[in-house]
Design a protein around this ligand. Structure first.
Ligand code: ZN
Length: 248
């Protein structure tokens, strides 16, 4: 079995003010990435981590949902020369609407859930370190959709991103980390080359099921160091140690 060795981090928001597991503080974010660079990791794009799938020192940063506070992290990524992909829901980006999913309806700030607009995405992608991928149109539970709706969520978001940003979008991150063989086939049929999963058992190297390491607010230094280590990632994905349930 081929093993995917690079480290792909899954973040959501970067905010001091939003006291939610999804939002790492700006200082935490910077410290985490600096520690990895100090440990010898090198920044790589999504395509580069796949080409270098056996290289355990490659690092790619991803952000799901396209929250506006991601902008707080971008100067840090540029300073450290670490490429990142922001996964956008195309239905939200015209107006930068807040992400409204049941999993977030627990009294947290609606403002913090606002998402980046196409204008902001156009500005941000001027940076060589920022790419935009699809997180579907509406943050759908893909495994539960009809074939028609599944194709629409995947194709529609890709087309919208390509039309708005005038660049190819060939990377998708499955909302909630939910995918199965039918979803992966639909993603390939829609024209995606790469699909990112959430933390879970996706040890086998499959370009439409790339594993990521999820990071949450108040991650201790020790825990961060452990979960970003290849041996620990492998153990977690094999179910040898308890994993955290959240896969948003
Ligand atoms: Zn999401």
């Amino acid at each position: 079995m081929a093993l995917f060795r690079p480290l792909v981090l899954m973040y959501h928001a970067v905010s001091d003010d939003w006291d939610d597991p999804l939002a790492v503080r700006i200082g935490e974010f910077e410290e985490q990435l600096r520690r990895l660079v100090d440990r010898g990791f090198r920044g790589a794009t999504a395509a580069e981590v796949v080409r270098g799938a056996r290289d355990r020192r490659l690092l790619h940063v991803t952000f799901d949902d396209g929250f506006r506070s991601v902008e707080n992290g971008l100067p840090i990524l540029e300073r450290l020369e670490l490429p990142a992909t922001i996964f956008a829901c195309s239905d939200l980006a015209a107006e930068g609407l807040p992400l409204r999913v049941a999993e977030l309806e627990h009294g947290t700030s609606l403002e913090e859930r606002n998402t980046l607009t196409w204008d902001r995405f156009r500005e941000l992608t001027k940076s060589p370190f920022v790419a935009v991928g699809s997180h579907t149109q509406s943050h759908a539970h893909l495994t539960q959709l009809s074939a028609e709706d599944l194709a629409r969520e995947l194709r529609g978001s890709k087309e919208a991103i390509e039309a708005e940003l005038q660049q190819t979008c060939d990377v998708v991150a499955y909302p909630y980390g939910e995918h199965d063989e039918r979803v992966r086939k639909a993603a390939a049929a829609a024209g995606y080359d790469l699909g990112f999963a959430a933390p879970g058992r996706s040890l086998n190297f499959d370009v439409l099921e790339l594993p990521r390491t999820g990071l949450w607010r108040n991650e201790s230094r020790r825990r961060f160091d452990a979960k970003t280590r290849l041996s620990v990632r492998v153990a977690r994905e094999l179910g040898l140690t308890p994993t955290r349930g959240s896969t948003r």
